[in-house]
Design a protein. Structure first.
Length: 281
């Protein structure tokens, strides 16, 4: 777990309704790249741990017999189920629970994926459990934005999405230390997943970066939704001052772009794959 922080069920409370509009999509080609890297052929089972509203699971479900999404936030699971119905994905099911609850009687899987969720877990414990839940030839997959991607040089047609200014407004309202549920992340979330997976006995690491860079238009509604989709600015954190905060946020956005148009470059997506050691005998 992040130093000095304990999980509680309010981590993303009230955020699910804002995900679809607020969050940028992963790079086009994410699902195809995973399928190609793992040799997926429509067989086997997928587990998405911390699946949220099902963003990655719904993209990958076509390559498996069954896809299982696990998340402790029931609103996230309800949104995932709604999205599955809207997209006609019929082989997905949704299970309430935390990564620390695994194996939770779910059985074994060809692929277990964490899409920017692993850092919220007791990583050593969860990695060891997932290792034992993978069938022979299975894979642990971690998906995230590519944080090492060089800054895009293509000019933007409208002002850049003002994330630094939004962050400053959030800190002005909620304090200088990042909020997360009922606690605070004094030292942020941990990195170096490679060391955690190595300790758990995984090997055969490979990495794939799916390029992006397309210019994406964003509106004030998109950026308000983005703000409320985050754990450090989830709606409940503002209490009875939420409406006041949103009014100030929209005023900030109007000052930066009076015509209400923003732009940004879609980030590349990094796919990190580890495999458990081959079983002897």
């Amino acid at each position: 777990m992040p130093d000095g922080w304990e999980w509680d069920r309010t981590l993303f409370q009230g955020s699910a309704a804002h995900y679809e509009r607020g969050r940028l999509p992963y790079a086009p080609g994410l699902a195809e790249t995973v399928a190609r890297a793992l040799g997926l052929d429509g067989r086997g089972r997928l587990l998405d741990v911390g699946c949220g509203p099902g963003t990655v699971l719904l993209a990958l479900a076509q390559y498996f017999t069954e896809a299982v999404g696990l998340d402790p936030d029931e609103d996230m699971l309800a949104e995932a189920e709604r999205q599955a119905g809207r997209r006609g994905v019929g082989n997905a099911r949704w299970v309430p629970g935390r990564a620390e609850d695994l194996p939770a009687g779910l059985g074994t899987f060809r692929t277990v994926v964490f899409a920017q969720s692993f850092h919220w877990t007791d990583r050593d414990r969860v990695a060891a459990t997932v290792r034992d839940m993978l069938e022979p030839g299975g894979a642990f997959v971690h998906v995230s934005d590519d944080k090492d991607e060089p800054a895009a040089t293509t000019p933007l047609p409208w002002p850049a999405s003002p994330y630094a200014e939004i962050g400053a407004l959030v800190r002005d309202r909620l304090g200088p230390v990042r909020r997360a549920g009922q606690g605070r992340l004094v030292n942020g979330t941990p990195g170096r997943e490679d060391l955690v997976l190595e300790r758990a006995g995984f090997e055969g690491y490979e990495e794939h970066v799916v390029p992006a860079g397309q210019v994406v238009e964003r509106t004030p509604d998109d950026l308000v939704a983005w703000t409320f989709s985050r754990s450090d600015s989830a709606p409940h954190l503002f209490g009875d001052r939420r409406a006041e905060f949103e009014e100030d946020l929209r005023a900030l956005l109007r000052r930066i772009s009076p015509d209400g148009r923003f732009a940004e470059h879609l980030p590349a997506t990094r796919i990190m794959i580890w495999r458990p050691p081959r079983r002897k005998g």
